[in-house]
Design a protein around this ligand. Structure first.
Ligand SMILES: [Zn+2]
Length: 449
């Protein structure tokens, strides 16, 4: 590493995805940062190493702002070592960890420190943290904000774990007012508990019964309530893992009216459909659920028109024994870290979208969501030298044995996907190449002040 501005590394490709479009270029790197994007045939400075990727695409490392690492406490579900290896293998160079499913949950500064201490030596990529908003921790929100969390997650319906209770409307208003007071961000799992309670709850192996138990109107109502509160308080809110296309007009209208709301969706909502989920196949279970093909078409439209801002994995694994064949009781969560780029790209290209679109949804858009867009999410001078090298026209068939996350349960087994990640680079160092990893060099990130 050099601190004197000398270029140490030049990455060259005929297809470099920059904010100004895709072009043949050479990217100069010094001390872990991009110093310049030069002509493809630019002279390599004396002493610098050249990596020429030919026609493989050089894109900014993905920023995945929705990952459940579960470490410490439920490390048998997932840990920082395995999650960050899976992420790196999939072209992700930054993840932001959700506050729940680890023990402790990230709901006080002490708990945040505990998590950071565990993550520090195991991170193959950079890691940031979300805080959690619980009914009884309003006093902890500002200290957590000051300690560098990127925002606060709240549930409006039961979260699935006892230590992370949901907020009712009054508690939501109180937390949101506090967060708005210091200019923070609230991110919401938006399903309304009353609509869920009113839906038919049948146990068993039938996916249709599970789908009926998590109706669209539960999402639509919760999102309407969150938007109303955000508008009233001029607060910044973000809708997590949007599945119901019926909520899209609400979000679009709120954005037009100046409400500070953004939304994300996930690879599984964009690439898998309710019609194809086999009975008993709870590797497809998540909440809100994967819905019908017609719903999926509208999610893609909303990505194209900007109603949905970004795509994140919501990687939320458990041990295999909790993925029983009863949809009512099986753990809800899909493990997508390693396959998210290829899964989304496979469907995107079929629908006429470009890799630039995918980069906008999965790298620059997410970096912007968490305020990391001074360092991450684009190939331009001044940003961290984080990259994925992708062979976009090459295919592979998903073999669970090749996955790096701890419990190799996957909804993508046997699928043929476009886009092979050849290597992933973090601050100018190759962290994985053809399945070979270096020692972890990831850093812990804090919200920009
Ligand atoms: Zn989640």
């Amino acid at each position: 590493m050099s601190d004197d501005g000398l270029v140490e590394l030049v990455l060259r490709s005929t297809r470099v995805i920059t904010p100004a479009g895709t072009r043949a270029a050479s990217v100069a790197v010094s001390a872990g940062r991009i110093t310049a994007v030069l002509a493809h045939d630019a002279e390599v400075p004396a002493g610098a190493r050249l990596e020429d990727f030919g026609d493989d695409v050089l894109l900014p490392g993905l920023v995945d702002t929705h990952v459940h690492v579960n470490d410490p406490g439920r490390t048998e579900w997932e840990g920082f070592w395995t999650a960050t290896r899976a992420a790196a293998a999939g072209g992700i160079t930054t993840l932001v960890d959700m506050p729940l499913n680890s023990l402790p949950p990230t709901t006080t500064v002490d708990h945040l420190r505990t998590k950071q201490d565990v993550a520090r030596t195991k991170a193959h990529i950079d890691i940031g943290f979300w805080g959690g908003a619980l009914p009884d921790n309003v006093k902890d929100l500002r200290p957590l904000h000051d300690a560098g969390v990127f925002g606060f997650k709240a549930f409006l319906s039961p979260s699935g774990v006892d230590e992370f209770p949901e907020l009712d409307q009054e508690q939501l208003a109180r937390s949101l007012a506090e967060i708005a007071g210091f200019g923070g961000l609230l991110i919401v799992h938006a399903e309304d508990p009353h609509h869920l309670a009113a839906a038919p709850q049948k146990s068993g192996r039938k996916y249709a019964d599970f789908l009926a138990s998590r109706p669209r109107d539960a999402e639509d109502t919760a999102i309407a309530n969150v938007i109303a509160q955000a508008g009233r308080l001029d607060a910044r809110v973000h809708v997590l893992h949007l599945s119901s296309s019926d909520a899209l007009p609400l979000i679009a209208a709120a954005k037009r009216e100046g409400v500070r709301v953004t939304a994300e969706t996930c690879p599984h909502y964009l690439t898998l459909t309710a019609e194809e989920v086999p009975d008993g196949a709870s590797e497809f279970k998540c909440c809100p659920p994967i819905r019908e093909a017609a719903n999926q078409d509208l999610l893609w439209q909303a990505l194209a028109d900007g109603t949905i801002d970004c795509v994140v994995t919501d990687h939320s694994p458990s041990t295999a024994d909790l993925k029983t064949d009863d949809f009512a009781t099986a753990w809800g969560g899909i493990s997508g870290l390693q396959l998210s780029l290829s899964a989304v790209w496979t469907e995107a290209r079929k629908r006429g979208h470009t890799l630039e679109d995918v980069v906008r949804w999965m790298s620059s858009g997410t970096a912007e969501l968490v305020g990391l867009d001074d360092r991450k999410g684009a190939i331009e001078a001044g940003r961290d030298a984080d990259f994925a090298v992708l062979a976009p026209d090459e295919t592979f068939t998903v073999d669970p044995a090749a996955l790096q996350h701890r419990n190799r349960v996957t909804a993508y087994a046997g699928r043929t996907l476009y886009g092979v990640v050849r290597s992933t680079w973090l601050r100018g160092e190759r962290v994985v190449s053809e399945g070979e990893f270096t020692e972890p060099t990831g850093q812990l990130l804090s919200r920009r002040r």
